[in-house]
Ligand binder design. Structure first.
Ligand code: SDX
Length: 403
């Protein structure tokens, strides 16, 4: 192909869209949602309000907030048939497999979301009807993300599913459904509820990371948003991406005590081990979210008691930050380095950690999906090119003549 060349492995330096949603400055360690610094939102907003901001572009008025939260919490319940679906998983199925399938199953309950219904214009019309259809899928996906996650958790526990309660906050309702005691008069601990809300907020979006790109690549064929979200969920499952928060804890457990950190660091430098939770494709100084997570961890530990792995994590962090090998490669803690310690202290099982990344990230995926559906000039299917370096033309050889 004339003039085609592989620009860069892994899209190191390829921009595919114009976006007004999230801004990252990797050198300065800056993250803003619709222009608002992540530090201010973490301090003063909450996950659902920030979700509205990411999806619709402005902070909601009080009335808009009330309607938005009511719709999302109202859509938290799942169709009874979904229980049979979840019961078909083995008790030890990885929750991310269950969640990925769960999003796809969810879409089957809403024929109105099926693109073939209204052909190619279901979501791209921009008229009141298609905007309202889009909004309904958004309420359902955000509202049911916590319920699907909680159902996956209950399958692992071999326990009954819990109907989402009324009158609790988004994270309160999630903790209620997750609660391993399933107490009747469950009152979520406000500090843990708030801590999880802050973690959800800072995980909500991160522009064109691997999973968001997957959602847009899939959504560009005008498939329904449930299928596109399921694809994004599959991408986030990988240990290089959302699976890193689980990998960090497994790494800390394998290191054990702080005195084992120096030998682990040497193994990493010999490329025998990876320092999970460090490094980032965009942030080359620091991931601003890691400071917010670190601070939130101290709040949580006041309630749950310190995690014995914290000392090892701090020793590992301090050793890596001083080591030339990591400094030269501009490796610093990312959002995943500390978050696993919080989830562990809150009692979530280890393989559930990536699920806690997916639940809030559904918001960012939907914000980018909606932006693409409404973009100027309509949706173009994403179809990159390749540079072919394989065999030239050759003729078929019958099996008995092959050597
Ligand atoms: C997330 O994109 C996003 O925005 C993602 C995310 C989001 O919110 O969506 O921020 C969430 O996924 C955070 C990242 C979580 N993943 C991990 O913590 C896994 C460990 N990190 C690495 O796998 C790696 O740093 C990546 C995948 C995060 C980034 O990979 P890049 O940009 O492709 O970096 P690279 O492989 O080009 O690394 C550059 C150098 C290499 O050394 P050399 O070959 O040049 O000598 O740094 C080294 C790498 O070997 N390196 C590491 C390292 N990360 C990179 N060496 C040891 N430990 C690491 N963690």
């Amino acid at each position: 192909e004339k003039g085609l060349r592989v620009q860069d492995k892994g899209f190191l330096n390829t921009a595919v869209i114009h976006s007004t949603i999230t801004y990252i400055d990797g050198e300065a360690g800056v993250l803003r949602y619709r222009g608002y610094p992540i530090e201010q939102l973490a301090e003063r907003s909450n996950h659902l309000e920030t979700a509205y901001l990411l999806i619709y572009g402005s902070l909601p008025t009080k009335d808009q907030s009330k309607y938005w939260e009511t719709e999302i919490l109202r859509h938290g319940t799942m169709h009874a048939d979904s229980e049979e679906f979840f019961r078909s998983f083995r008790y030890d199925a990885h929750p991310m497999s269950m969640l990925t399938s769960g999003f796809s199953m969810l879409g089957s309950f809403y024929p109105e979301a099926n693109p073939s219904l209204k052909g190619q214009r279901l979501y791209t019309d921009g008229d009141a009807a298609s905007l309202a259809t889009m909004d309904r899928q958004i309420y359902r996906l955000i509202g049911k993300a916590t319920t699907l996650a909680a159902m996956a958790y209950r399958v692992r526990q071999g326990r009954d599913f819990v109907t989402p309660p009324t009158g609790l906050s988004y994270t309160g309702s999630f903790l209620y459904q997750m609660d391993h005691l399933g107490e009747e008069n469950y009152v979520p601990n406000p500090i843990l509820e708030k801590a999880l809300d802050v973690l959800f907020l800072i995980h909500a979006d991160h522009e064109l990371n691997a999973s968001c790109t997957t959602v847009l690549q899939t959504g560009s064929s005008l498939v329904d948003p449930y299928s596109a979200i399921a694809a994004g969920c599959a991408s986030l499952y990988g240990p290089l991406h959302g699976g890193a928060n689980e990998a960090v804890i497994r790494m800390l457990i394998s290191i054990g005590k702080p005195e084992n950190v120096p030998s682990f660091i040497e193994a990493v430098k010999r490329r025998e081990k990876t320092l999970s939770g460090f490094g980032h494709r965009v942030y080359k100084t620091s991931d601003p979210r890691s400071f917010i997570v670190r601070k939130t961890a101290d709040e949580v530990f006041k309630v749950t008691g310190k995690d014995e792995l914290l000392e090892t994590a701090m020793a590992l962090h301090d050793a890596a930050m001083k080591d030339e090998y990591f400094i030269k490669r501009k490796l610093a803690p990312n959002v995943d380095f500390w978050s696993g310690l919080i989830y562990r202290a809150m009692g979530f099982p280890l393989d559930f950690f990536p699920v806690l990344f997916v639940v809030p990230r559904v918001v960012g995926w939907l914000a980018h999906w909606r932006q693409m559906m409404l973009q100027e000039g309509g949706v173009k299917i994403w179809r990159p090119r390749q540079v072919y370096v394989g065999a030239g033309k050759r003729d078929y050889v019958p099996a008995d003549e092959r050597t």
